[in-house]
Ligand binder design. Structure first.
Ligand SMILES: Nc1ncnc2c1ncn2[C@@H]1O[C@H](COP(=O)(O)OP(=O)(O)OP(=O)(O)O)[C@@H](O)[C@H]1O
Length: 241
């Protein structure tokens, strides 16, 4: 195959058709359809309770009920990062990263990639919140995921650390090119990081917006404000100045 053809035909990493999920009679996902091409960085916005985590859990294969409701295709190697690092406190950082995988060298390299070289023998309790999330990212990387699912991974961090983590995540994505589905409440985080932002509304993808700006992106780029306005409108939020 000629190189340019290869670039044009991106296989689909995630394909969802007609996904439906209800809890106690309340429909959260309502026949949701979504395709994510391999290597695409997608952010998912939506009001609290709109079903973002439910969707992420479904794609991660953690919800058997939703899987039977429609058609769901996802890659084999999937890593999930949550708001809390979920490091095991009784294992040192390197051992957490290596959990279930071999290759100490790979673990050390992953820690170096997230800026934690030298902290391999630290206990999770000795890490700051941001460092713990870096370790969680290293743990997900070491599995060389084809798909990275992230549920509010920076939601518990202070604003400055969050900005640093945005740069790190984007840098890691550029190096490894997994498909990413990032759940966030933060419209700016979505716009700065993702190439495509979805708004979940009434159990389906309400808005599907391509963010066509080069990287690295600045939070203050005036050209991003148009995307912000559209996303806030889709979320039904009026900005107060
Ligand atoms: N295991 C469960 N049992 C009962 N209800 C559930 C369960 N999981 C989710 N729900 C309900 O489904 C709805 C969607 O939840 P979900 O966590 O997916 O929303 P979300 O968009 O991720 O919200 P948030 O932004 O607040 O994290 C909520 O009303 C929630 O109460």
């Amino acid at each position: 195959m000629a190189p340019h053809t290869e670039q044009l035909t991106r296989p689909t990493a995630v394909r969802l058709r007609g996904l439906t999920r209800s809890f106690e009679g309340r429909t959260v996902l309502d026949g949701l359809d979504l395709d994510i091409p391999a290597g695409q960085f997608v952010a998912l916005l939506g009001h609290s309770g709109s079903g973002k985590s439910t969707l992420l859990r479904a794609v991660a294969g953690l919800d058997h009920e939703v899987a039977g409701s429609g058609r769901l295709t996802a890659p084999e190697r999937v890593s999930v990062v949550f708001q809390d690092s979920r490091l095991l406190p009784w294992r040192r950082v390197l051992d957490n990263v290596l959990l279930g995988t071999g290759g100490e060298e790979r673990g050390r390299a992953a820690l170096a990639e997230v800026g934690l070289a030298g902290r391999e023998r630290a206990w999770p309790g000795e890490l700051s919140g941001g460092e713990a999330q870096r370790a969680a990212l290293a743990r997900s990387l070491v599995r060389e995921p084809e798909l990275l699912l992230a549920d509010e991974p920076f939601g518990a961090l202070d604003a400055l650390t969050r900005i640093k983590m945005h740069a790190l995540l984007r840098e890691l994505w550029e190096r490894h090119r997994p498909s990413v589905l990032l759940v966030t409440h933060d419209v700016d985080e979505a716009i700065v990081l993702a190439d495509r932002v979805l708004v979940l509304d009434a159990g389906r993808v309400g808005l599907d917006l391509a963010i066509d700006r080069p990287h690295p992106r600045s939070y203050r780029d005036p050209l991003l404000s148009e995307y912000r306005e559209r996303l806030l409108a889709a979320l039904g939020v009026t900005e107060v100045h």
